[in-house]
Design a protein around this ligand. Structure first.
Ligand code: TXA
Ligand code: MG
Length: 328
């Protein structure tokens, strides 16, 4: 199969045709690129798992054209869903609801819940409206770094998907917040750009599961290795420890690099860095692209650790996973 990257408007009609005939299409969202199939077609959805090398027990998010379409795939939808939808949809928020019986097991990994989200990209919402809601994970090979450009998708999935709709670089850069509304208290299963504080403007309480600390995560995906560069990667907890680790790696003949914000770069002297920008938002947006770049040139990556509050908590969730929990 030949993989083509096509500007999203140009590839739109072809994408509708492919989805309707049970094939896969990769598309851009505000968070990361997704690899979509008609959620109601089990055979089509099975192709996603095959293309990614994804474990079967990890359920997929169903992407909707509009928030009310949750009714197509979920039942007993609580009022909180509609209140959250009003404020955060379309946007980087995924909500876990009780699943409707028409949703194939392959989408939900046999579970009784279904995750839904409405992406911001208007062309993609039109595509969904004209075809079907799309079951879609991030469009990377399982365990590798999530894709934030069409080229990243092509690098990971060349030959496994025929059409990649190019919608440019993803603006948020890390995956959506996953919020479970089926548990007793609304619970964040995966932190993202919609933070607990933002959710608390609508909800009276929000629990945060630090999924790195629990053995059997309720979001099954969180128990797997994730977002990993192909080379050794560690979190640099302070500038000094990062500098020491860099120098030690270099003295051992490795080619180290420090992935960091602008301020930290200045303190890093002559050493090699990949700069993520100036703000936490820049950090989130550029993080995966920086790792993909770094892994092609270097063989030892040190990632700058940030304060874990607000969006900082969400980016550190991804960063510590990229580093497999290792730190210096
Ligand atoms: O931003 C995003 O969410 C991107 C874009 C493409 O929409 N998608 C994405 O999908 O990150 P994926 O498959 O890479 O991650 C989905 C996460 C996994 O950790 C999965 O276990 C969890 O959501 N998930 C999916 N359905 C679930 C459910 N019914 N209950 C709990 N967790 C669920
Ligand atoms: Mg993923």
């Amino acid at each position: 199969m030949k993989t083509e990257i096509v500007p999203q408007k140009k590839g739109f009609a072809k994408a509708v045709e492919l989805i309707n005939s049970g094939e896969l299409v990769a598309f851009s969202t505000e968070t990361v690129y997704g690899l979509g199939a008609d959620f109601s077609n089990s055979k089509a959805v099975a192709k996603i798992f095959e293309a990614k090398g994804r474990p079967q027990d990890n359920p997929l998010i169903v992407h909707l054209a509009k928030a009310e379409d949750a009714e197509l795939v979920a039942i007993d939808i609580p009022l909180e869903y509609y209140a959250l939808a009003k404020k955060f949809m379309p946007g980087p928020l995924t909500i876990v609801l009780k699943k409707r019986s028409n949703v194939p097991d392959v989408v939900t990994a046999g579970g009784s819940t279904v995750a839904v989200r409405v992406p911001k990209n208007k062309t993609v919402r039109n595509l969904i409206a004209l075809s079907h809601p799309l079951a879609a994970p991030s469009a990377n090979r399982s365990k590798h770094i999530s894709p934030t450009t069409a080229e990243h998708v092509a690098l990971d999935l060349d030959g496994s998907v025929s059409l990649i709709l190019d919608g440019g670089e993803c603006k948020v850069g890390i995956e959506s917040t996953v919020l479970d509304l089926t548990s007793k208290n609304p619970t964040i299963l995966r932190p993202g750009a919609v933070t607990a504080d933002m959710l608390l403007t609508v909800l009276s309480s929000v629990s945060e599961k630090h999924s790195t600390k629990i053995k059997v995560a309720k979001s099954p995906g969180m128990k797997y290795e994730h977002y990993s560069p192909i080379c050794e990667t560690v979190m640099g907890m302070t500038i000094n420890s990062s500098r020491d680790a860099y120098d030690k790696a270099q003295s051992e003949g490795k080619k180290p690099v420090y992935v960091c914000l602008h301020n930290a770069k200045i303190k890093f002297g002559h050493r090699d860095t990949v700069v993520l920008g100036k703000t936490i938002k820049d950090y989130a947006r550029n993080f995966y692209g920086a790792l993909r770049y770094a892994e092609t040139i270097y063989d030892y990556i040190i990632i700058e650790a940030l304060d874990e509050s607000g969006l900082g908590n969400s980016v550190m969730n991804r960063a510590t996973k990229s580093a497999g929990g290792k730190f210096v």
